[in-house]
Design a protein around this ligand. Structure first.
Ligand code: SF4
Length: 362
């Protein structure tokens, strides 16, 4: 089943004229993000035109306009952009708090300096259904990652940094090209460590007609300060919620025991900003959708997580409980991550969600 899903997603990318690119996140996320197959190059066919060519008219009728347009009109979008660039100078974009001067080219734990890379982009039909609609989710895969899990499903991109150096104008062009192709949203995959670049590209794209909602497709290891600055910029938050246990988080995610704490704080803020996932004609245009990967021996703490969501957010929260984990990258050296979860474990995770009272999980 896993293989056929991957084939399907690769087929979608191929049909869209995009290099093959996996669907799973660094945790093995959703129907989306990164598998081992790697799209290291942006090809001629999926490269946007050199000059900005506007948003075009292919917008889907079910697509709503983004909330960042109001910020752009008031000048607030540019102020947010400047504030996020300020975080770059002693980098505190994520809870790692490396303090390096990224503007001067220094690198932090994420391995990124003052440049950024795009691994691939295109209409994606393997994401959760409300993100896909009929036109697909306009997905942009960025290279490198601030979390760096031992079981990363796309380590070539996230750990090794495979991808193509991209300019702000080129990224703006990519966003506009996805809009022209009828996508319902701009889905920014692993955006945290390059948030300033995204803001600048967004401003350029908005000036040239971009109106699609932004999806912030993150590992969940986000700082409250950055998420607060994204209030009104991002319409749909799509965070992973990986762990409940600090010790396991440190062992599996590059010595970061504070992942559960920071993810909880960030997700609460995301919920405050955007609320329960809202849809128009079955296409999401605003809200929160949490992804959670079922790990062997309940290493992800599913029982505690679903209770937390029900009590701290709302039982109406949309949650994708994913059973497709498989050992990748260095997972074989980190039992119990060296095996897939059993069907019994997956069923148990679903039972916990039901018992917690969640109403919108799958
Ligand atoms: S984004 Fe990268 S450099 Fe900045 S704090 Fe996080 S890991 Fe460190």
């Amino acid at each position: 089943m896993e293989t056929s899903r991957r084939k399907f997603i690769r087929g979608c990318f191929a049909a869209a004229g995009v290099m093959a690119l996996g669907s799973f996140g660094c945790t093995g996320g959703g129907n989306s993000r990164r598998t081992g197959a790697l799209a290291a190059n942006l090809t001629q066919t999926n490269s946007p035109a050199n000059g900005l060519s506007g948003g075009g008219t292919s917008r889907n009728s079910s697509t709503r306009e983004a909330s960042y347009l109001a910020l752009a009109r008031s000048g607030e979008l540019e102020r947010r952009e400047q504030a996020i660039w300020k975080m770059f100078e002693r980098c505190n974009l994520c809870p790692r708090l490396c303090g390096v001067n990224r503007t001067a080219g220094e690198r932090g734990i994420c391995g990124s300096n003052d440049t950024f890379k795009v691994a691939s982009f295109g209409p994606h039909f393997g994401e959760e259904r409300p993100l896909v609609g009929r036109g697909g989710s306009g997905t942009i895969f960025f290279s490198n990652c601030n979390l760096l899990c031992v079981f990363c499903q796309n380590w070539q991109i996230n750990h090794r940094g495979d991808g193509n150096l991209t300019s702000h104008q080129e990224l703006a062009n990519i966003m506009l090209s996805l809009q022209r192709r009828g996508c319902h949203n701009i889905n920014l995959v692993t955006p945290t460590h390059i948030a300033p670049h995204i803001m600048t590209a967004l401003r350029i794209a908005v000036d040239n007609g971009l109106t699609l909602p932004l999806v912030y497709n993150t590992s969940g290891y986000d700082s409250l300060e950055l998420i607060q600055l994204l209030d009104g910029v991002v319409d749909i938050y799509l965070p992973d919620f990986k762990y409940q246990d600090a010790e396991l988080a440190a062992r599996f995610s590059r010595g970061a025991p504070d992942v559960p704490k920071h993810t909880a704080t960030a997700v609460k803020e995301m919920h405050r900003q955007t609320g329960v996932l809202a849809q128009h004609q079955n296409v999401a245009y605003r809200g929160l959708l949490i992804r959670h990967l079922v790990l062997p021996e309940n290493a992800g703490g599913t029982d505690g997580l679903v209770r937390w969501i029900a009590s701290e957010l709302t039982p109406e929260t949309h949650v994708n409980i994913m059973g497709q984990y498989r050992p990748q990258f260095r997972a074989n050296d980190y039992p119990p991550l060296n095996r897939r979860p059993t069907q019994t474990e997956i069923n148990q995770a679903m039972r916990w969600a039901r018992e917690a009272g969640l109403r919108n999980f799958h």
